[in-house]
Ligand binder design. Structure first.
Ligand SMILES: Nc1ncnc2c1ncn2[C@@H]1O[C@H](COP(=O)(O)OS(=O)(=O)O)[C@@H](OP(=O)(O)O)[C@H]1O
Length: 309
């Protein structure tokens, strides 16, 4: 069953929210990229707003020391959802954008290695659970109260941003076309400081020890939830149904275990060759909570994969 047209439309095999249009998405092919541009690319619920906040803190001293009160959405707009028809050509350098686009719908210049891309992945089971809660919270998404049904929709790729597998596998298998850094939600959780340093290194940004400490401190889940610039609490009430949750919901690794039944977990693991397909491409941390017959055996092998490819 196709998702209701009230919420989503399909363009080149990819589901978008009706908040944008096929014409605008098509125009992005020609969107001119500057060498200084930075893109945060993700499948939804993989750590986008977290990475957005980290970049705001790394790049803007005023954000770090609290003298600037600019919200994430203002600082780092969505490429494919152009709110208030903002003119992206006049944004100060370095421009930073967030995007859920699949690799094949990106501006052409990015494929010619202009600009930088940070692609963030997360364990797909945690992504799915986060997405399930999010679809209740956002009035712009169809609410599917039954988790089992939501899981079927997720596995079939009939949700905003389509199939998790296609998205992640597409980006990983086309890594060579881009100037790209891969980061996982799980590695940020495990050692945020190292992840921040890795991102600084990729951006060529040198921060002092104290500045890095400050970024890390302000990017923790607890502190981000309290930061009105970063917690997305200012979304309009008719869009974010505040009585149904919050954007920064739980921020943990392995939350899927609290909701998925054994049968659902087995069903998820039976996805056609999902892990065999992904293993050559994906950094293993983001799947470290996943169980699959061939997974453990290959885990050792995959551990040597470089983060930046
Ligand atoms: N600082 C920090 N630490 C840990 N986790 C964090 C942090 N910031 C955001 N989050 C969690 O990221 C999930 C939201 O993902 P996205 O930002 O990619 O969502 S979206 O695609 O932009 O809608 C969502 O995950 P869940 O809590 O599991 O639902 C957020 O809580």
């Amino acid at each position: 069953m196709e998702p209701p047209k009230k919420y989503l439309f399909k363009y080149k095999e990819f589901y978008f929210s009706v908040e944008t249009s096929p014409e605008y998405v098509a125009s992005l092919e020609d969107f001119e990229i500057k060498d200084s541009d930075i893109f945060i690319a993700t499948y939804p619920k993989s750590g986008t707003v977290w990475t957005q906040n980290i970049l705001s803190l790394i790049i803007h001293e005023g954000h770090r020391n609290g003298t600037e009160n600019v919200e994430t959405m203002e600082r780092i707009p969505w490429l494919e959802y152009r709110t208030k028809n903002r003119d992206y050509t006049v944004l100060p350098s370095p421009r930073v954008f967030a995007t859920h686009l699949p690799y094949y719908l990106l501006p052409r210049d990015l494929r010619n290695k202009r600009g930088r891309i940070i692609y963030v992945t997360r364990n797909p089971k945690d992504v799915m659970v986060s997405y399930y809660h999010f679809s209740k919270y956002m009035s712009t998404l169809e609410e599917i109260p039954d988790f089992n049904l939501f899981m079927e929709r997720f596995l079939a790729g009939k949700v905003l941003a389509s199939s998790w597998l296609d998205h992640v596998a597409g980006w990983y298998s086309h890594a060579e076309d881009f100037n790209i850094l891969f980061v996982t939600y799980e590695e940020m959780k495990k050692d945020l400081r190292s992840a921040v340093l890795k991102i600084c290194n990729f951006l060529g940004k040198k921060l002092s020890e104290e500045e890095v400490d400050s970024v890390v401190r302000q990017a923790t889940f607890e502190n981000m939830r309290k930061d009105p610039r970063a917690n997305y609490e200012n979304l309009p009430d008719d869009i974010a149904l505040k009585n149904k949750g919050s954007f920064l919901r739980k921020g943990t690794v392995g939350d899927w275990k609290n909701i998925m039944t054994v049968a659902q977990n087995e069903r998820f693991d039976k996805l056609p060759a999902i892990y065999d397909y992904l293993l050559p491409h994906i950094f293993i941390d983001s799947l470290s909570q996943v169980t699959h017959p061939s997974f453990n055996a290959m885990q050792q092998l995959a551990q040597g994969l470089p983060l930046r490819r």
